[in-house]
Design a protein around this ligand. Structure first.
Ligand SMILES: [Zn+2]
Length: 1081
């Protein structure tokens, strides 16, 4: 698995497959049929071929000594094809995989795609084959089918984190996320590529160039300038990179106001361009820009970027022609996604430039578009009929938002409009024209968008392998899809043409039946309690919490990714360790804490059958409390954690418990700690439940929310003055209204056709940390009056067993709001539950979507080029309605507690001026644990940090908690089993390699560890650089990242945190506890 060159195992397997095939054919066909017509391969050739697969892509140089390889590959393809023909397609699946690899190496993409597709349809556990996924990803990448390429590449790294082309994958993920305007993910992957010292088709200088250009694209000009200048210091910088860097610097000085006064800037610009020409005298673009620039200056008029862009677009136009002739409609992807965004100039640039496609010294001119289209069509029709993959189990994932608060990390796309080019109307088969128009039209004003800026410079684009320009194409393609619903519907069939999407749509979720029964109980008053259940599943007083849980869980599809074994089959720790002595040497080094044999996690498809339209606005489960006894009535806990209730509003909680909410009022906060830090999100004040682009022309999902910081005192001042200003406006309006009551009625027309913007900006004070119990003693003490299940700390709260602070999760955070303050859509970190109390005086409005629909929201985010986990998005309610997604909507008044159940997607806006407090809790239920673990795995696949260290937590649970729910017990035990095996396997591998393991132990309350490079949780065996070890800073790496920077680990020490005997003892002593007698919370 680890070696990239000739793998003997692969070679043997391929040869065997080949041999088997011949035998099978001989046996299967009527006797007498001979093979004399087909070309045949010698044993030597077969062996040589066995070592050739997708991992050599970009490393076979046909124009040097590789001519023989090329001939061999060609011959192999002919042989395989003829055999397949003879066998009427009935050959081993591996055969197709090999054929795919050979065609890929020959850069025959349509045939590679077709062969891979056959393999995919025949091989149900195709996902175990990292080389296949990688090859498929490369083909998708070639076709600019970025959504699919991203999925394939992410799955490679998930099934094999030590994959030898991880660097190449990170590089390409970086490029694709950049095109998709997901800049944070892009930067992360470029950086992951940079730390890896394995070979890759781009040099580190080129990767650094991409990082610098990424800053430029985001209009972080100072960072960009710094990064470019730093790059110029690199030793042995290639002439081409140097020329391009200088050209970028010249260009930035010409166009960017931030970089000094005009005269200085222009003179710098000319100097840089001249230096660029010195570095690479053949750079047509630098000559061109320089000439352009000089003439501009001479003519003395202000040349604007758009005009220059026009010329760039003209430059590219001829090359675009070939590509887009009438093909884009076929390229529209499955699910109406925008996967094949090959509309942009990128294809051209891929061919013309110095990019990856080009690395094997074999510049590909854009292959004939008809061929490309045909290939993809073929693919979709093929897969539509091959149902082989339908049996694959769906792993249902839930995902947390990536930060520690209820407010998700806001993306810092400083006000860009990602699809700016999309506003140009165009027909799908005239995409090239549309693109050109978007760029050329001087009146368009789009020149300010980073998307277009990044296409401003053809030579740059060449270096970027043309990907930069895809911003244009991407947007246009979106438009194309959007304006042609017919195309959408058509291509829905081609869902199956993507392995992953085929799977995510194939299996109907049994959950949908639950959905329809949710809230069917309209009123269930307990005679003793005085609790009034307004709607939602009723409480059953007599049931023990455990019984209820079991009952409810049995409704759910059993979590496929967690084995439903009976308790007895868990071996003792000694048996586990004995068994794994022989494991892990050749197997996948998947560090998943779930089953060995489970496919990478995928978002769930939309629950089936779809809810009827009249069920899409369900009433919100609500409970009215009258007194303290109500609040402590045990079934309240069950009601809230019932998976059928995505959200519960507990009305009047503060009143019933006589909580002093005044402790959290702005006045008290200022008196208590006026200098305390407040994170600020600057947002646009949007109309009601809608989210418009800054100009107010169209509804979008991207929600602007830029981060800065202030103090409680200053925010308090802002909050108060905002209130006073509003009073003043209200008074003015009232008097105005008296005078002009007629005109008023027309101007309040809300038809949505008129422009909404421009919008006022507002500030939202968020994520205020109240963890310090000295500073916030009174406040925190007040919250201990709450019933145990919603308390910040309690024995039944998983987050109290983590053993260390997770800010905002097992500590309290405060939010200070003015009307319109928005918490964008998200699930909580690792799908934990959350508790939110409105302090008042104003109200908040909540929007809630059940957990089972997160896959649908994830799709919407993808379509809108937003990162579901880390991005800032506000769902368009019309889109959700169209997609049959139910949305609970309700007002939270002062004193109301909102319980967000595990995995529930939600977004919130303030209606009035108010403060809120919030934290997370983890009920001890199978459902919570399962969703947390699923999200843990999904985060890993998405390269997002899991804020809750589930492995660490699981071991703590095993130490501290008695579990009587068999389902929950099994899942925890299984996690322990997996990690125990991993620790042992890793220990043995290290020992065998002569690597010393140094005992380190743990201090009390030592936080769980994460890899400082990839942010995956690292348990027990920590890889620490020698330097950091001697400084005692202990910068932790995971094994894979350590090996990427130091192949034989010579730069690392391995520190051990637990004794194996200790872990074995914990594992063995963790047994299913007898059911509790019917007890209360
Ligand atoms: Zn790592």
């Amino acid at each position: 698995m680890k070696s990239c060159g000739v793998s003997l195992a692969t070679a043997a397997a391929a040869a065997a497959a080949f041999g088997d095939e011949e035998k099978k054919m001989a046996a299967g066909k009527a006797s007498g049929e001979s093979e004399e017509a087909s070309p045949s391969l010698t044993a030597e050739e077969r062996e040589a071929l066995g070592g050739l697969d997708s991992r050599l892509f970009g490393f076979v140089r046909f124009h040097e000594d590789g001519a023989r390889t090329k001939a061999l590959l060609g011959k192999a393809v002919r042989c395989y094809e003829s055999l397949i023909l003879k066998a009427e397609g009935k050959v081993e699946s591996d055969f197709f995989c090999q054929l795919g690899h050979f065609n890929l190496l020959l850069e025959d993409y349509p045939k590679a795609l077709s062969a891979y597709q056959r393999y995919y349809s025949l091989q149900s556990d195709y996902w175990k084959n990292a080389a296949f996924l990688y090859g498929l990803g490369l083909v998708y990448f070639h076709y600019n089918a970025f959504q699919w390429a991203i999925k394939a590449f992410q799955e490679v790294l998930y099934v094999d984190p030590s994959f030898c082309r991880a660097k190449e994958i990170h590089l390409r993920l970086g490029l694709m996320f950049k095109v998709n305007t997901d800049y944070e993910s892009s930067l992360k992957h470029f950086q992951l590529a940079l730390v890896d010292c394995n070979p890759c088709t781009l040099s580190n200088a080129e990767i650094q160039f991409h990082i610098a250009h990424l800053y430029e694209t985001q209009r972080k000009y100072h960072s960009a300038k710094e990064a470019y200048e730093q790059l110029l210091q690199t030793e042995n910088l290639s002439a081409q990179v140097k020329a391009t860097v200088l050209q970028q610097l010249g260009w930035m000085h010409h166009t960017v106001d931030l970089l000094g006064d005009k005269a200085t800037k222009e003179s710098y610009a000319i100097q840089y361009l001249q230096k660029s020409l010195e570095a690479d005298p053949n750079s047509g673009q630098s000559w061109y820009f320089l000439g352009r620039l000089k003439r501009t200056l001479k003519a003395g008029y202000l040349q604007n970027i758009t005009q220059l862009l026009t010329c760039c677009a003209v430059f590219m136009a001829p090359c675009l022609e070939g590509l887009h002739k009438g093909q884009s409609s076929h390229l529209a992807g499955p699910n109406g996604e925008r996967p094949l965004s090959s509309t942009g100039p990128s294809q051209h640039l891929q061919a013309a430039g110095s990019g990856i496609q080009n690395q094997n010294g074999h510049p590909t001119l854009p292959s004939n578009s008809v061929t490309q289209g045909a290939a993809l069509n073929h693919l979709s029709s093929h897969t539509a009929t091959s149902g082989g993959q339908q049996g694959i189990t769906l792993t249902k994932e839930s995902k947390p938002s990536g930060n520690t608060s209820m407010v998700p990390e806001t993306s810092r796309h400083a006000g860009e409009t990602p699809n700016s080019a999309a506003s140009v109307e165009g027909l799908p088969n005239h995409v090239h024209q549309v693109t050109a128009d978007a760029v050329c039209s001087p009146s368009h004003g789009d020149s300010k968008s980073p998307g277009l800026l990044s296409s401003d410079n053809p030579q740059l684009s060449a270096l970027l392998m043309g990907k930069a320009n895809n911003n244009v194409g991407t947007g246009t393609c979106d438009k194309v899809n959007n304006i042609h619903p017919a195309v959408h519907t058509k291509t829905d069939n081609s869902v199956a043409s993507s392995p992953s999407s085929a799977i995510s749509t194939a299996t109907p979720s049994p959950k949908s039946t639950e959905q329809t029964t949710t809230n069917s109980v309209t009123s269930l008053n307990s005679p003793h309690s005085g609790l009034h259940t307004i709607n939602g599943e009723g409480m059953e007083e007599s049931q023990s919490p455990m019984k209820t849980d079991l009952l409810l869980i049995s409704h759910k599809p059993s979590p496929q990714i967690i084995p439903s074994m009976s308790v007895s089959i868990y071996p003792s720790s000694a048996e586990v360790l004995k068994a794994c002595r022989n494991l892990g040497k050749n197997g996948l080094s998947n560090s998943s804490i779930l089953l060995d044999k489970c496919p990478p996690p995928r978002p769930p498809s939309s629950p089936y059958p779809p809810l009827p339209k009249d069920k899409l606005n369900p009433p919100t489960p609500s409970i009215y409390l009258e007194n303290k006894r109500d609040a402590f009535f045990p079934p309240l806990h069950q009601f809230c954690t019932n998976p059928n209730n995505p959200v519960t509003v507990i009305r009047g909680l503060a009143g019933a418990l006589k909580l002093d909410l005044g402790l959290f009022s702005t006045k008290t906060l200022v008196e208590a700690n006026n200098e305390h830090m407040v994170e600020v999100r600057t947002q646009l004040l949007q109309p009601a439940d809608e989210n418009w682009d800054p100009t107010g022309t169209k509804k979008i999902w991207h929600c602007e929310s830029n981060r800065s910081h202030t103090t409680i005192a200053k925010y308090a001042q802002y909050q108060a003055s905002s209130f006073q200003e509003s009073l003043r406006e209200e008074n003015e309006k009232r008097s105005h209204h008296k005078d002009h009551s007629d005109s008023e009625s027309t101007s309040s027309d809300n038809s949505g056709r008129r422009r909404k913007g421009p919008f006022k900006t507002i500030k939202f004070g968020t994520n205020i940390d109240l963890s310090d119990d000295k500073k916030w003693k009174l406040q925190l003490h007040e919250l201990t009056k709450l019933p145990a299940f919603v308390r910040v700390v309690s024995a039944g709260n998983l987050l109290s067993h983590v053993g260390h602070t997770i800010l905002g999760m097992n500590t309290v955070q405060l939010y200070m709001k003015v009307p319109g303050s928005r918490t964008p859509g998200h699930q909580e970190n690792n799908n934990f539950c959350s508790v939110n109390i409105n302090i008042g005086p104003g109200d908040c409005e909540w929007f809630v979507v059940p957990e089972g629909y997160w896959g649908v929201l994830n799709d919407f985010c993808e379509k809108n080029n937003l990162n579901f986990l880390m991005g800032s998005w506000w769902p368009n309610l019309e889109d959700l309605y169209e997609a049959n997604v139910p949305v609970y909507r309700f007002i939270q008044r002062p004193g109301d507690l909102v319980w967000i159940n595990a995995g529930t997607v939600h977004w919130v806006q303030a209606i009035g001026w108010c403060n809120n407090i919030a934290w997370n809790v983890g009920p001890l239920t199978a459902c919570q644990y399962k969703l947390a673990v699923e999200r843990y795995e999904w985060n890993k696949l998405q390269s997002v940090k899991s804020i809750v260290p589930m492995v660490h937590l699981s071991w703590n649970m095993a130490r501290n908690i008695k579990v009587s729910d068999p389902k929950l017990f099994e899942m925890i035990k299984y996690c322990l089993l997996r990690t125990l095996k991993q620790c042992q396997t890793l220990r043995e591998a290290l020992t065998a390699a002569g690597k010393e393991i140094i005992w380190h132990g743990r201090t009390k309350e030592e936080p769980a560890h994460y890899c400082s490079i990839c942010e995956v949780e690292v348990f027990d065996l920590l890889f620490v650089t020698n330097e950091s070890n001697s400084r005692k800073t202990y910068i932790v790496h995971c094994q894979d990242c350590a090996r990427k920077t130091s192949g034989n680990l010579e730069n690392f020490v391995v520190l051990e945190q637990y004794k194996m005997e200790d872990l074995m003892q914990v594992y063995d002593q963790f047994t299913l506890a007898p059911p509790l007698p019917s007890s209360s919370s």
